[in-house]
Every structure is written in C-alpha cells, then in structure tokens.
Ligand binder design. Structure first.
Ligand SMILES: *Cc1c(COP(=O)(O)O)cnc(C)c1O
Length: 455
C-alpha cells in the first residue's frame, strides 16, 4: 500500500484531477482534499493515518459498511469467473439472478429490469422509455414531463431537465427540454396549523388538477418518494405518493419513482414506495444497489410497458438504448451479496433500532439550539435544518459558506459530513454502532457551533 503522505497526494491530485461537484479553487486553501488510503466499516483512513467516520455513506451509496467481507468475497469470486462481458446478445447468471430477486422484492407489477451504469442513466432510460411508450402506443402528443419543485434526478441533460435544483441547472437551461414544474409536498413548507398530511393533500390536489387539464401532452410524472435528498433532505408524507399514483392512473400518465437515493432500506422499508403501497410504472435504482461498491443502476418497469416495445424488428419499435457496461457482472455480484446480507443480518429490522437511536441522539444534541428550525427523520436519514433566525426561518446567506465551515471543522475532528445548503444531515452506513453514533453526533455539534459563530 502507498506510504505517500496526504500532502504529497494532494499536490499530485491538484496537478491533473478535476473533482465532481467542486470549485477546484476551494481545494487550494479553504478545504484541503482528503486522500483516503483505506475504508472499513464506517471508517475512512487517510494517508497520514487519521480516521474519519463516513457519516454520509460516501454520497449515500454505502449500506453495510466499507470492505464488507461477504461482498468482497462475492466480487472476488466474480472477478475470477468473468469480470465483464457485453450485455447485448449475451447474458449471465449474476444479472438474471439479480433481475429475479429485484422483481420478487419490488412492488407487484414490476416485472422487467433494464440495467445501466449510473443513477442519471437510469433516469434517462425511464424518461426515454415513457416517451417512447406513448409514441409506440399511438399517443404521439404525450411528450412532456412533470417534475416537483426542489427535485433532483442527476446531471446528464435529460436528468438535469427533469430536476429542479437551480444551482446545478440554471446555467444549462438553453440545453434542456422544457418541463412542467409542480410545487413540492415538502412538509417543511407547511402553513401554520397544517400537518404533513395536509400539505401532501393540498399539493396532491394541485397535481391532480394539472393532470386533468394537460394529461393529453404529459408522458410521466417523476417523483423522489419520501425524501428529496439533494434538495436539502426535504421530506413529505407518503399520502402524496398515494394521491399521485391514483391521479396518474386516472389520467393515463406514467409515474416514475426515482429511488436512487432512498431505495434499499434508507427510509426504513426496502423501497420507499412500500410506505404508500403503490407500484410506479418505472422504478429507478442505483446508489445502494451495489451497497456502494460498483457503479450500476437498473430501471424496473411493467409488462405493459415492455409489451409496447415488443414486436417484429422491422416495425422499429425496440428500445435501442445501451451502455457499454450495462449489466456488469461484478456489480451484479455485489448487489446479490448485498441482498443476501439484508436477509442474513435482518438489516431492516436492526435498522429500526439504529434509526431510533440516531434520531434520539441528534434530537438531543440539536433540537433546542436557537439556530435549528427543524430536525426531521426518515429511517436512516436524519437532517437538521439551520437558520439565521428561528422565528422567521430566515436562512444564512449562502455566501457565508457556513456549511463549508461545518464540513471543515468536522473533518478536523474525524467525521466526514457534507452539509447541503443550510442542512446538516446524517446518513451513515447501516452498520454504525451506538458508540460511533455518539462520536459522530457530538463532533457534528461542535462543528455546528464553530461554523455558526458570528464572523
Ligand atoms: C444521486 C442521484 C441521482 C443521480 O445518480 P448518479 O449515479 O449520481 O448519476 C438521481 N436521482 C437521485 C434521487 C439521486 O440521489
């Protein structure tokens, strides 16, 4: 293993690498890059030997901890057998076993799996498939997509177009297809006296009216069930999903569920849609699919959708979309090992206790703080929304970069946090222990206080 120091690696990195979602200039002064030598369980170790708790599961992908022995073994076995083969014309047992297991686990009616290599690619596929379905079905005017305010679906042009986070989107607007944006059922924005369910019903009624008026030109509604993760961890009541599902069915519009971040137990159930007992027309999965091991995604859809593409080749109705690494066997092996761990370790059951402890610990540390507007939770996601002024919920000016300061103070003390906007959140690997929760939250509280000190 490399004995290079943090400093040596930082210098080499800055010479040639360009990192995702980063103003590279920040890494010269404000926030030194963190070179990681090894990762095990919830811990990351840098090249100077310092350890950090990965409180955000490495961008929400990790589930069972880093270097999980059973997943390592499964990937190694597959590496020896066949690391990769193309997935057009060829098939392999890891992919078909994974498809069988996903179909068995997903909501009834989702029977077909289309594999790809990233979350954004899964969104592109769902969007193209829905559009194409209507073309193949004699409804060529149904070409538009409805998206929720504050939603995030990825960075490729189609995914960016159906997303709604201005920071990522604004500059590219001339390149993006036009979408219809409907208000989010975000419970943080409830009016005085309103409950989360009330907001869900109010926003659901608005969506229903939109579909009633424009369903002729709408292909699909795309939703992140329960939590808009990149949209500052805003949460809504499952009632909204029931209303949207019913409205889509009534008006002949597809429902695309983007469970890229919330799938695989993050919100408490294996899939977030289970909380509303609904079946979307398209279910997009990635991130936790391989438990944070390999880039892979899948779109599950119905027999009804599949049938609209199925015909003689000469009819030219096939879905001719592809990615070179679609169905990658190593990714499938990791995903199968992860699903086995869910069963063997009764992960969802264990997570109920872990999530309760995490929530209790975060509430105790943050809820009464004068700069905390809300602590909200959904399974293994706990978010703390902070504000300059609690009464009016006035946020800090983004130029103050309080979240960057929080991130830096936490890193210095051995916890990897990466607050989003004005939201500090915890989304740890499921294997985090009670002692590690304590350390993580107490470091976060210290970093929080330091970052919010007046300047
Ligand atoms: C991360 C994310 C995506 C994009 O996935 P990538 O693999 O980063 O392309 C899409 N939707 C949601 C909800 C996500 O959290």
């Amino acid at each position: 293993m490399s004995q290079a120091s943090n400093a040596a690696l930082r210098a080499r990195d800055l010479a040639h690498v360009w990192h995702p979602c980063t103003q590279m200039k920040d890494h010269e002064r404000e926030l030194p890059l963190l070179p990681i030598r090894s990762a095990r369980g919830v811990w990351l170790t840098d090249h100077d030997g310092k350890r950090y708790i990965d409180a955000i599961s490495s961008w929400w992908v990790n589930l069972h901890g880093h270097a999980e022995p059973r997943i390592n073994a499964a990937v190694q076995a597959q590496l020896a057998a066949a690391p990769h083969v193309m997935f057009a014309g060829l098939t392999h047992e890891p992919a078909l076993r994974l498809a069988e297991e996903l179909v068995a686990l997903a909501a009834p009616g989702l029977t077909r799996c289309f594999f790809a290599d990233s979350g954004s690619a899964a969104i592109e596929i769902a969007v193209k498939m829905s559009f194409h379905f209507w073309q193949n079905s004699g409804r060529p005017r149904k070409t538009r997509f409805v998206t929720l305010a504050n939603s995030y679906h990825g960075e490729t042009l189609g995914a960016l177009a159906v997303g709604n986070v201005e920071l990522y989107k604004a500059i590219y607007r001339p390149l993006l297809m036009d979408v219809i944006t409907t208000p989010s059922p975000d419970a943080y924005q409830r009016a005085p006296g309103e409950t989360a369910v009330d907001v869900a019903r109010r926003r659901g009624a608005e969506l229903e009216a939109l579909l009633a008026a424009q369903a002729d030109e709408i292909a699909a509604v795309i939703v992140e069930p329960l939590v808009q993760c990149a949209g500052n961890m805003r949460m809504h009541d499952p009632e909204y999903l029931r209303i949207v599902r019913a409205a889509c069915t009534r008006h002949g519009v597809h429902l695309i569920a983007d469970e890229i971040a919330v799938g695989f137990g993050r919100t408490g159930t294996l899939f977030a849609c289970e909380r509303a007992a609904i079946t979307p027309d398209f279910l997009c999965l990635s991130k936790g699919l391989t438990a944070g091991y390999l880039p892979m995604s899948v779109v599950l859809t119905s027999e009804d959708v599949y049938r609209a593409f199925y015909d003689e080749y000469a009819k030219l109705t096939a879905f001719l979309h592809s990615h070179s690494y679609a169905g990658n066997p190593l990714g499938c092996a990791a995903a199968l090992a992860s699903l086995a761990i869910f069963r063997e370790d009764r992960v969802l059951e264990r997570n109920r206790d872990t999530a309760a402890l995490l929530e209790k610990t975060v509430r105790a540390a943050f809820e009464d703080h004068p700069q905390v507007a809300e602590v909200r939770c959904s399974g293994m996601i706990v978010a703390v929304e902070y504000v300059r002024e609690r009464e009016t919920r006035t946020p800090y000016d983004w130029r103050e970069r309080r979240s960057l300061a929080m991130h830096r103070h936490a890193l210095e003390r051995g916890v990897l946090l990466r607050p989003l906007g004005n939201v500090l959140y915890f989304m740890p690997p499921y294997v985090i222990s009670a002692a590690e929760i304590d350390t993580m939250v107490s470091v976060a509280r210290t970093a929080f206080d330091l970052a919010l000190q007046d300047r």
